[in-house]
Ligand binder design. Structure first.
Ligand SMILES: [Zn+2]
Length: 221
């Protein structure tokens, strides 16, 4: 494991799973809208506080959570156990094979520390791939499923979810700056390291027997 993991339990989740986990949902989060943190959007202590205490808007406190939070340097915070359902997607849908809503029930949530305009660090792509691979091993060991689809929050709770009348706002994270190819490459690369897939070796050509060898074998004694 290249990046550190800290357990920082957040109580905002539903206990247990009734459906197999098949989706990984990626998000961004920052403290940019918190009073006093406009110029310190990546302050990890403030972000952890947001998870723990919730965020005020519209005169209400809103609580949310995710399974993992990935800092700019790649370090990870484990917020919710994989066997529980984090509150990371909200009203949402997918159409992998069949139309389903309430993606929280069958997904894992990954929050990356970033803003709409910051982009993501190399360490975050590496750490995200590491986390996803590790979580798939853990999910399979606990018979909780396996993530085979990876999507953005903006995909399952974006324009289409809004048009379907599932939600009143349109989610925009992780956004256009999230490099899906970069994640995919890192995921494949780490997967092959983890499972020691050897490079295919060229077939060995059979040696041609020399004339002398042939002669020796059949010579008269
Ligand atoms: Zn999100």
């Amino acid at each position: 494991m290249k990046y550190t993991e800290t357990t920082y339990p957040i109580k905002w989740s539903y206990t247990g799973r009734h459906e197999d986990v098949i989706v990984g949902v990626f998000h961004f989060i920052s403290a940019i809208n918190m009073p006093g943190f406009h110029d310190k959007p990546f302050n990890i202590q403030e972000i952890l506080r947001m998870f723990k205490e919730g965020v005020e808007w519209g005169g209400k406190t809103h609580h949310f959570s995710a399974h993992r939070l990935i800092n700019r340097n790649g370090d990870r915070y484990n917020l919710v156990a994989l066997r529980d359902r984090a509150w990371h997607v909200g009203d949402s849908y997918t159409d992998f094979g069949k139309y389903r809503t309430s993606v929280n029930n069958f997904s894992n949530g990954y929050e990356l520390v970033a803003t709409e305009n910051s982009g993501y660090t190399e360490e975050q792509y590496e750490s995200l791939a590491e986390a996803v691979l590790q979580d798939n091993e853990r999910l399979m060991n606990q018979h909780l499923g396996k993530m085979i689809h990876f999507v953005g929050h903006d995909w399952v709770a974006g324009q289409t979810a809004y048009k379907l009348g599932l939600r009143k706002d349109i989610k925009k994270d992780p956004g256009k700056l999230f490099d899906w190819d970069r994640f995919h490459d890192e995921y494949i690369c780490q997967y092959s390291q983890m499972h020691f897939i050897p490079k295919p070796t060229p077939p060995v050509k059979p040696k041609r027997r020399s004339f002398m060898e042939f002669f020796r074998r059949f010579r008269f004694k």
